[in-house]
Structures are given as C-alpha cells and as structure tokens.
Design a protein around this ligand. Structure first.
Ligand SMILES: [Zn+2]
Length: 150
C-alpha cells in the first residue's frame, strides 16, 4: 500500500465514515466508498438488527439523507462462505448507492475505470475472493474492499 492510499483512508475516517472497528470481513465493500460519496449522500452507519422486526439478525444499517437504508447482515451461518457474504453485502450496497445517486443522474457507482460513463463495475466471485470487474470485458479491477487502493 502506498503512502498516498494510507492518507486517503485516514481522511475517509475523518469524514464521518465511521466504519465498525474492526470491520467485519463481509463488509469489505464499505472500504470502497470514497469520501465524496459518503458526503454527497450523507451516508452513515447505524448498528442494529439488519432485518426489521427480527432482533436476532445482528448487523448494521447504511442510511442516506433521504431516509432510505440498506441492512448489512452479520450472518454467522457456517454453511454460507465468506465470499458469498462479501458478495451479498457488495450487491446490496452497490444497488443502494446507485439508487441514492439516481436522482442526481449519477447512478453508475462504482464507475468502471475503462468505461466510466457507460456502466458501473460488477462484483464477481473468483477462487480466492470477490472482485470488481468490467461487466463487458470481465477485466478484473480490484478485490472488493481494495478499490481505492488500485
Ligand atoms: Zn467496463
């Protein structure tokens, strides 16, 4: 990791992006949200049952300024692989931020570096993790959780 990305991560922590510490590994995607995105949508994390009405489903809520929220589940089921949990959280958070950005016309988060005006990156499970890749060329861009380091 370069000094630059370390500094950027530190700034993210100062910008109100209060990530759970230590960050549960299934919430890796939260590291991929750059500070301007947290600010633009006034995103915040709130601990609580990740499914309304079911207090046993431990988790967090990611909320935006409109009152919308997505539940991030801490799933302790051992028959669900960590990759599946990372992918499920990534898909939920990606859709949530895209919907939050839809009203301002910026709904392609996270933008594909090769086609930033065309489509967002897609998350895919690979042998050793979950990666962001271009949905057109399948080119892998970064592991989910390391997008801002790439
Ligand atoms: Zn692309």
């Amino acid at each position: 990791m370069s000094a630059k990305s370390r500094r950027r991560r530190h700034e993210a922590a100062d910008n109100g992006a209060k990530l759970p510490e230590p960050l549960p590994p299934e919430f890796a995607i939260l590291r991929d949200i750059a500070p301007p995105i947290w600010e633009e949508h006034s995103l915040r994390l709130v601990p609580g049952s990740a499914i309304e009405g079911f207090p046993d489903f431990e988790g967090w809520w990611l909320r935006d300024s409109s009152g919308s929220a997505v539940g991030l589940r801490l799933d302790h089921h051992e028959d669900v692989s960590l990759q599946e949990k990372v992918r499920a959280t990534a898909e939920g958070v990606e859709s949530f931020i895209q919907e939050a950005g839809a009203s301002s016309g910026r709904s392609n988060w996270p933008p594909c570096p090769a086609h930033p005006r065309t489509h967002p990156l897609a998350s895919r499970m690979v042998d050793d993790g979950v990666v962001w890749c271009c949905p057109e060329t399948s080119e892998q861009v970064a592991l989910v959780g390391q997008l801002l380091d790439s």
